[in-house]
Unconditional design. Structure first.
Lengths: 169, 637, 98
């Protein structure tokens, strides 16, 4: 009972946050809505017995990535008149909804074919730190290392892109 | 033949190689160092001379063969083999082509030697000799061809060389126009030839398209198809051999150098039509109407050309019309199925007409390219060798016994009368009289009497040795060539008629001795009459006449050229201009440019899709995804 | 019911797609992309729960790492673009216009 209520809450909040993201004009408002979505999603992960990911979503996504985005938005000091004047926003949104309908339709059809099971909390050996860690360092070791290299590349790239330029460039 | 007949293929090859060598040598050296002209001249004479020796060998080998198998062939390579049509580049040596080979190569060599002297001092010496060798090679292909198509290769080749050589002095536009005229009129004839060949192929070509097979299969054709083929082929002959209505190019062709006129437009190329009719004698003899048309056109051409020749004032034009007239005689001969008589006249005519042209060339050369006979006179004392050789040539042309022309012309007239063609014979006698008249008019005006242009006369001298020796050799030929076909009543054996018998379908008339005597008597009388009239008017020196009435009409060649110009040339040019200005931009250019513009417009329309905004491209992606999901969801049902 | 989670994932994904091409503001576009990534994360985890297999969790974690790297670079680029042109409109950059 409680689980269903929680699920409904989290779902509604995430959808509302997404809608806010795509409707608000100022990106700050959109970022805040997106934050709501991220936190709701973290809750949904918890309901699905993904304990580590629940924590990581909150720490990494909502905590690090979104704070970086908000930081940059504030750094650029965007004034309302600097924002693009999107007169056709509503039109595009509605048309976009129409355009995306076949995709959604198809995906929903696919989903309907899958077996529908009730979701209950799993036991101890599922979704915890120890279990995820073991899998990471056993079957998924190589992708793990490659992703770390990817992060290094991103780091270097970001420094190069946004760093100070020489005077004679 | 058991042994190799490879040398048969070498006969046309030597002059062709000579042409290529001279041409390449000239092109490679003309910018670097001055090659003495004599080198080109001697190089050019090597090919024809070697062909002449090979022609002699062909002749002796043919003589060694039995009468019923007197031919041999040589196949150089397979030209193409498509469906029913299988053609080889093959050469056929039989009595007819053997005879033609002999005098073509002999006179060709002599004229090449003569040209060394005549063309000295000219700046495009090498070009001239290259073209002459090329011409001789093509003529030999024509004569030796073993199928109508190979003959046509040579036919076209000689037409091309005729054009190249007529336009040789190309700085003067009129010469180039004359060359154009020759080529275009020839082309019209060639159309007839090609149609005739095509028709022949359609009728009996599937059993083999060389002369030997055609001869064997000719009986399979219907009479009307034989008639059509014969007439179409004869159209080609009227073009090449300058008969009515396509003779208009030959007088203009005198714009070329005189050796060209001698070789091409007297001795060899123009006789190709007669040779062709003789080759196809197995067809012409089947249908009497074909031969009759050929004979009548021939004799009428002879008449008209003789009338023109009587009034010309250019020494080469007189000889040109004389050539047309004598060609008419030859066609009259082959038309009345006396093929060997016609070929015999070709043989003798080659000697004396070449002689006359070369002599005229000597006169022109000595007088520094003066060609108007009314500016000459009294050259008898200054140029004796030229005078005596030209006199021999003139007597041969006019038909004076015992010179060559008398026997050949007499043979034709006798065959005409003996086969029952009275009017052809009558016109022939009339033309003989006119021939004597205009020939001796020319001789008397040029060589006798008082010089009309004293200054030119003082500078005149005999032509150099390299020019007079060929004249003498040809004069000997003109004197004695007739004896090869001496009729029985003079104790001869008719050697040429018997020699040609395996090749041509002669119908030997059986006339009485009295008939023959009658014909000879009338021919001699006609000659004497013409000579007498010419002597009376021009023998003691005469003034340039002023022409009125009919004479003026004839002097202007009955205005035939102007008529052709108005009826054919100008409308054709107008149509061409109309098409190029009106039809072509709209009909052929418009669709092409229309397609181009269509592409450009479609491109401009499609360009709208390339907006450059990433967002729009993302929209395209989503649209594509939507379509794909739609299709996939259908399949999921 | 597991279907509910999957349907929610589909809805969030489509909202992200709409956001990418319906808005001209660079940040909104960028965050819509992150929204799409999150939606797929949810799907992975839902399937992992369905199949009782931890691979879904691992993949979700890797996606998060990639998203982080991408965020860093995208924000560096937007700072550069803002320095160059002073605008945040994606329609301004149309050098590929044909």
């Amino acid at each position: 009972m409680l689980v269903d209520l929680l699920f409904t809450c989290f779902a509604v909040f995430s959808v509302l946050g997404a809608l806010g993201l795509i409707i608000f004009r100022h990106p700050m408002n959109g970022a805040m809505s997106f934050l709501v979505t991220l936190v709701s999603l973290a809750g949904l992960y918890a309901l699905l017995s993904a304990k580590l990911l629940f924590a990581l979503q909150l720490i990494v996504y909502a905590g690090a990535i979104m704070s970086l985005v908000v930081f940059v938005i504030m750094f650029l000091n965007i004034q309302p008149d600097q924002l693009p004047a999107e007169k056709t926003k509503i039109t595009y949104l509605v048309a976009g909804g129409v355009a995306v309908t076949p995709v959604a339709f198809f995906l929903l059809k696919v989903v309907n074919r899958l077996p529908n099971m009730p979701v209950s909390f799993a036991d101890e050996g599922f979704g915890g730190v120890k279990e995820v860690g073991l899998i990471f360092f056993r079957e998924w070791l190589v992708p793990f290392e490659i992703v770390s290299i990817l992060l290094l590349t991103a780091l270097v790239g970001a420094v190069v892109l946004a760093g100070k330029r020489e005077k004679n460039k | 033949m058991e042994h190799s007949t490879f040398y048969l293929g070498m006969i046309p090859l030597y002059p062709l190689l000579g042409a290529v060598c001279i041409g390449l040598f000239h092109v490679l050296t003309c910018k670097r160092w001055q090659v003495p002209p004599l080198v080109y001249g001697l190089l050019a004479c090597v090919g024809p001379a070697m062909s002449f020796f090979l022609a002699l060998r062909v002749f002796f080998e043919l003589r060694a063969l039995p009468l019923d198998a007197r031919f041999f062939t040589y196949k150089a390579f397979t030209w193409f083999s498509v469906g029913d049509l299988h053609l080889d580049m093959g050469f056929l040596a039989d009595p007819l082509s053997g005879l033609m080979l002999l005098f073509v190569t002999f006179i060709g060599t002599l004229i090449h030697v003569y040209s060394i002297g005549y063309m000295s001092g000219d700046k495009s010496y090498a070009k001239f000799f290259a073209y002459m060798n090329l011409f001789l090679g093509s003529m030999l292909i024509l004569v030796l061809g073993d199928s109508p198509v190979v003959m046509f290769v040579g036919w076209e080749g000689v037409g091309l060389c005729s054009y190249l050589l007529i336009s040789y002095y190309s700085e003067d536009r009129d010469n180039v126009l004359a060359g154009n005229k020759a080529f275009i009129v020839n082309r019209i004839g060639d159309l007839g030839f090609v149609l005739g060949m095509g028709f022949l192929f359609w009728a009996i070509g599937s059993h083999g398209f060389d002369f030997l097979s055609l001869k064997a299969n000719a009986h399979m054709m219907t009479e009307s198809s034989i008639l059509i083929v014969c007439l179409l082929l004869f159209v080609g002959a009227t073009g090449k051999s300058a008969q009515i209505p396509l003779y208009v190019w030959l007088p203009d062709a005198m714009a070329g150098p005189t050796p060209v006129s001698a070789l091409i437009h007297a001795a060899t190329m123009v006789t190709a039509g007669v040779y062709m009719v003789a080759r196809f004698s197995f067809l012409y003899v089947e249908v009497a109407a074909a031969g009759m048309i050929v004979a009548w056109i021939g004799i009428l051409t002879a008449l008209v050309a003789a009338i023109f020749g009587m009034f010309q004032d250019d020494i080469k034009k007189v000889l040109a019309y004389s050539t047309v007239s004598q060609l008419g005689y030859m066609f009259a001969g082959v038309g009345v199925t006396a093929y060997s008589a016609g070929i015999f006249h070709v043989f003798t005519h080659a000697f004396f007409k070449a002689l006359l042209f070369l002599g005229a060339g000597a006169v022109i050369y000595v007088l520094h390219h003066e060609q108007n006979i009314w500016k000459m006179g009294g050259l008898k004392k200054k140029m004796p060798i030229t005078y005596w050789t030209m006199l021999i040539g003139a007597l041969a042309l006019a038909g004076c016994p015992p010179f060559a022309g008398f026997f050949s012309k007499d043979e034709i007239l006798y065959s005409a009368l003996a086969n029952g063609h009275f009017f052809i014979w009558l016109i022939g006698v009339l033309v003989a009289a006119m021939t004597a008249y205009y020939t001796f008019r020319m001789i008397f005006v040029v060589f006798h009497g008082q010089p009309r242009d004293q200054q030119a006369y003082d500078h005149a001298h005999e032509a150099p040795l390299v020019m007079t020796v060929p004249l003498i050799i040809l004069a000997i030929g003109a004197l004695f060539a007739g004896f090869y076909n001496l009729p029985a009543m003079f104790g001869g054996e008719q050697m040429i008629s018997h020699w040609l018998a395996p090749s041509v379908a002669d119908q030997h008339p059986h006339g009485s001795f009295l008939l023959e005597f009658f014909v000879i008597a009338t021919s001699v009388a006609a000659f004497a009459f013409g000579l007498w009239v010419a002597y009376k008017r021009f023998g003691k020196g005469a003034e340039e006449p002023v022409f009125t009435g009919f004479a003026r009409f004839a002097y202007h060649k009955f205005y035939v050229d102007e008529l052709y110009d108005a009826v054919f040339v100008r409308p054709y040019k107008a149509i061409g201009a109309e098409i190029s200005e009106g039809v072509e931009p709209n009909m052929t250019d418009a669709p092409v440019t229309g397609v181009v513009r269509l592409y450009m417009r479609v491109g401009t329309l499609v360009k709208v899709l390339q907006s450059g905004y990433v967002r729009v491209y993302a929209i395209y992606m989503v649209l594509g995804l939507g379509i794909m999901s739609f299709i996939l969801s259908q399949s999921l049902n | 019911m597991i279907h509910d989670y999957l349907v929610l994932s589909v809805i969030l994904f489509c909202l992200g797609v709409v956001g990418v091409f319906a808005r001209r503001n660079f940040f909104t576009v960028f965050m819509s992309v992150e929204l799409m990534l999150n939606a797929s994360n949810l799907a992975f985890i839902a399937f992992a729960r369905l199949q009782q297999n931890m691979d879904g969790h691992v993949l979700a974690l890797l996606i998060m790492a990639v998203a982080a790297a991408e965020a860093a670079l995208a924000l560096a680029v937007v700072i550069l673009l803002h320095k160059q042109t002073g605008k945040l409109d994606t329609n301004v950059f149309s050098l590929l216009k044909g």
